[in-house]
Design a protein around this ligand. Sequence first.
Ligand code: ADP
Length: 618
Amino acid sequence: MSVDSSKKETFEYKAEMNQLLNLIVHSLYTHPEIFLRELISNASDASNKVRYLQITDDTILDRNKDLTIKIEVDEKAQHFSIEDTGIGMSREDLINNIGKIASSGTLKFLEQAKEEKEKLGDLIGQFGVGFYSAFMVTDEIVIETRHAGKEGVGLRWTSAVGGNYTIEEIEREQRGTKISFRLKDEFKEFSTELRIKSTIKKYSNFADFPIYVGKEKVNTIAPLWTQKAKDLKAEELNEFYKFIANDWEDPLDYLALSLEGVGATFKALLFIPKNAPFELMRTQEHKTLQLYSNRVMIMEDCKDLLPEYLQFMRGVVDTEDLPLNVSREMVQSSPVMQKIKTTITNKVLAWIDKMATKDTEKYAEFYRTFGKLFKYGVNSDFSNKEKIVELLRYETSRKDEGVLSSFKDYVARMKEDQKEIYYLSGESRGQVESNPNMEYFKKHETEVLYLIDPVDAFIIPSIPEYDKKPVKAIDKGDLDLKSDEKEGEKEKNQLSNALIDLFKETLKDRAQEVRVSKRLVDSAVTLVAGADGADKHTEQLMKMMGQDVPQSKRILEVNADHPVVRNLSKRYIANDKDPMISKCILGLFESAQLIDDELVSKNAYVKRMMEIMEEATQ
Ligand code: ADP
């Protein structure tokens, strides 16, 4: 093949790419060795891709070539290279996958890195800045590659830190990729075999392909998931997780499965990460489980193995029941997949449940990190809804900030005569605690669940009752509350029906109803939702999400014991035409709206208050 070397092209990096390179070059690293893990991980991915093609496509280059990863070092020249026989890269691959920041995760990384420079080493691991981490240890990188496809040609990509990269055609017979560079002086240790070998033992022992350093094979390649669960060591599992998930931190927990006779035969190693990747909520980019068929990876990110609410999990599933040479679409729609998914879902829920009972701290950590996603299972997985409801946790009025309780805990603490489960949703604990609707519950020491994660408001309508007890928002009108009269207070000030009627008349366009409150202690008035209206917080959330919710009229509850209300009563008895009374009624109503963020006109409210103050100061 003849190569036209005059066709060397130069490309400029985009601004954000330069930013990334700058960060990598100018920061201090706690773990420079992760560049090696990243490069091996890329070589291993590329090998996995070609292994699948070797079985399914007879036109690929070097179809029968062994899959190996070779690392060569030269101490004198401070030189390092890594070569794989994987899928290789085309010109487009080089431009789109290497030359650009493809994932929004990496952009997030940039933002975060600007704030936390000292943690960059960890961040690189977390976000898999991948290939570019090599710029920690070198100033210039050369990639030589050839794609395994029919159109593949030899290509050389070169880039020094700063500005641009070049691509040119070269003579290259075999498929795969070789990456080489000279190490900076301060990192010349990585040009010794000893250092490379020990690093591989630590980070990349589980690449499923032999890794050679010089002539010696340095990794154990028996896939971990084929081993018996009892033989698995925590240390190994942690490293395996980090290797497949590109994570820097150990996982929070793991589960090893080996199943037969459930309609599918498969082995799996599943992990819950410690951190939620930024991409998590955008499930397109977030990777979940790798699917293997008889030890050959057929999909590197198989979302069909888990319901959406469990897609924070990482790991490997290997089954004997899927033929290799079927299309991915067929894999996805195969009944075996459905069986595996159902089985994994059940096992994972049982595992999480065990964690919740045996290790509450770990569970709380899990819940903080992945709860937002996990909770949606209540709405989306009908067959497991009850199990997931048991796993929900809330702060409550009975416990300190940060302490989480389940419905079960709540019910166990319920007083004998309490028939309902109470909750209040809001933005924060502080906001919920100071809500006037809490007054009755504080006074009676009746526990209230605080739903302060925005997701909670979307989940709770799916839980109308728990343990046969209705689950109710305390800012709704239909609660089973005890009336609050104590002995000797019987003849205390009661609101006359006539005054209530005046309230109703004055507010007839604005309130659905006016009634004497059982739940207020210190506040004069509060607004609650009717039995079939949404609670306020939910309504606000729906609006925030652009949903068209009709603003339902509220019920005004009046505290007959409040001095202002008592004074109104007296004035009313003295003169039922007193104009001050209806002014105060409107003022009270609007202040309740103000507290709930529902006040329509601040100006009208202030004007009314001025009139009332004017009279009071005469
Ligand atoms: P990531 O591996 O997280 O996708 P990288 O920056 O490490 O990010 O790599 C970017 C992309 O470049 C990879 O997704 C892959 O498409 C390509 N790539 C990197 N190294 C290789 C390699 N050795 N062989 C083939 N493709 C590679």
